[in-house]
Design a protein around this ligand. Structure first.
Ligand code: SF4
Length: 421
């Protein structure tokens, strides 16, 4: 409830009439201050009048006034500039470390807000706010969607930048590793990432025009040409090479460049569709690599979605089994976040905008999260919106962060619930 008290203070969900301190002085709130998410008082730089005298400083909020002492604020210099202690219950007076008594205000929470908040916490149906969703004005939803998608891309960009740092700021390698990860399509993602990191791209570059050598290098580094590989691989018809020849070639490369493959048992096959078997995906990556389609510079050079799609397709050959939907997912989850991250890294806003604009042109994903939102009235019209809705569920609904959500704000104000009850 303390969080709700802070929320009510932050959004000024209280009447200024008859607002008084516990010792009867009239309070007028000019500015509630900036919420502080770090250590120290809850709100900084607030401005209030007490009996007509202007005070500027910080605000601390507790459900019970005694928390001031249990949190040891009376011994902490950081709280000496608190000008008002806002509480749910004033069960005692409080003073600063300097011994100054702090004015206290008992903030009563509007009943409908408390009620709505409790409903959000106990509602069985998911998402808990489903009743208001269809009634929220489009402008508010659109602004929230935009903020969510920017937040999502920024999160991904941070993750990519961390990987780039780990890979000695080699952005080409970073892209190759990210692309490989996405070829794991979930279940083998981590192993694809481990595998890609073992590929010596500088060595591979010398053999880039030789598909046979690249297939041998890629499959070999995956441990799939090892004698200890218990999952016998059978190569598809569209490869012209035999396992025995690839094995021989890999052993030569392995010895020449002192390579160490990953352990073959890391690959998972359970419940995997045959077209997703690791060796097939690795052969597709080899095909892309030889066609020079795995470089970040080429990705960034693409001007249209069609060009990007073409870049991510291993071959026009149908037997490659990379469906339109899979390519869409590669664009949404790997290619565009990479362009956004690189744009941020280089300070090139045009690249960030390009990534955002291209998401608007891509079809929405069709997964259980997107369908759940559609059922309650939020339809994703493109990948930009579906990604925003995924962010909303994962970072807000699942974490019960309704007090940080713009739909939650509308819900708590209760404008719409009353209509739909
Ligand atoms: S976080 Fe927002 S969208 Fe999710 S349940 Fe709470 S109010 Fe609804």
């Amino acid at each position: 409830m303390e969080q709700l008290l802070q929320y009510i203070w932050k959004h000024k969900f209280f009447s200024q009439e008859n607002l008084t301190t516990t010792d009867g002085r009239k309070v007028h709130v000019l500015e509630t201050g900036v919420q502080n998410t770090n250590a120290g008082p809850d709100f900084l730089n607030a401005r209030i009048e007490i009996n007509g005298v202007l005070w500027a400083g910080n605000i601390e909020i507790h459900e019970m006034a005694s928390a001031w002492y249990s949190h040891h604020h009376d011994k902490d210099k950081a709280y000496n500039n608190v000008i008002l202690h806002v509480v749910g219950k004033a069960n005692m007076d409080v003073a600063t470390e300097e011994g100054n008594r702090i004015p206290q205000l008992v903030l009563s929470m509007p009943e409908h807000i408390v009620e709505n908040y409790q409903t959000l916490l106990v509602e069985d149906r998911y998402p808990p706010c489903h009743r208001v969703v269809p009634h929220i004005p489009t402008l508010i939803v659109n602004n929230w969607i935009r903020a969510l998608e920017t937040e999502r891309l920024n999160q991904k960009a941070t993750h990519i930048a961390q990987n780039a740092t780990r890979l000695n700021n080699d952005w080409e390698k970073t892209y190759f590793v990210a692309l490989a990860r996405s070829f794991g399509f979930g279940i083998n993602g981590d192993t694809f990432e481990d595998w890609a990191e073992t590929i010596p791209l500088n060595i591979a570059a010398h053999h880039q025009d030789d598909l046979f050598q690249i297939e041998a290098l890629f499959l070999g580094q995956a441990g799939l040409l090892d004698d200890e590989n218990t999952h016998e691989i059978s190569l598809p018809e569209w490869t012209e090479h035999s396992v025995a020849d690839l094995k021989k070639e890999y052993n030569y490369l392995r010895y020449k460049f002192s390579l160490t493959p990953i352990k073959p048992h890391l690959w998972k096959y359970l419940r995997l569709r045959p077209q997703n078997f690791p060796h097939l995906r690795i052969l597709q990556l080899a095909n892309l690599y030889v066609a020079e389609k795995t470089t970040l510079s080429r990705l960034i050079g693409c001007k249209t979605i069609a060009e990007m799609r073409n870049l991510l397709r291993p071959s026009p050959d149908e037997t490659m089994h990379l469906s339109d939907e899979s390519v869409n997912l590669l664009l949404i989850n790997t290619a565009l976040p990479m362009i956004f991250a690189y744009g941020k890294h280089k300070g090139k806003d045009t690249l960030c905008e390009k990534a955002l604009d291209m998401l608007l042109l891509l079809k929405s994903e069709d997964n259980h999260i997107v369908r759940m939102w559609e059922e309650v009235g939020l339809k994703a019209h493109n990948a930009f919106e579906s990604q925003a809705l995924i962010q909303l569920k994962k970072e807000y609904c699942d974490k019960r962060r309704c007090l940080h959500c713009r739909i939650g704000y509308e819900y708590l104000k209760a404008k719409y619930i009353e209509r739909t009850k």
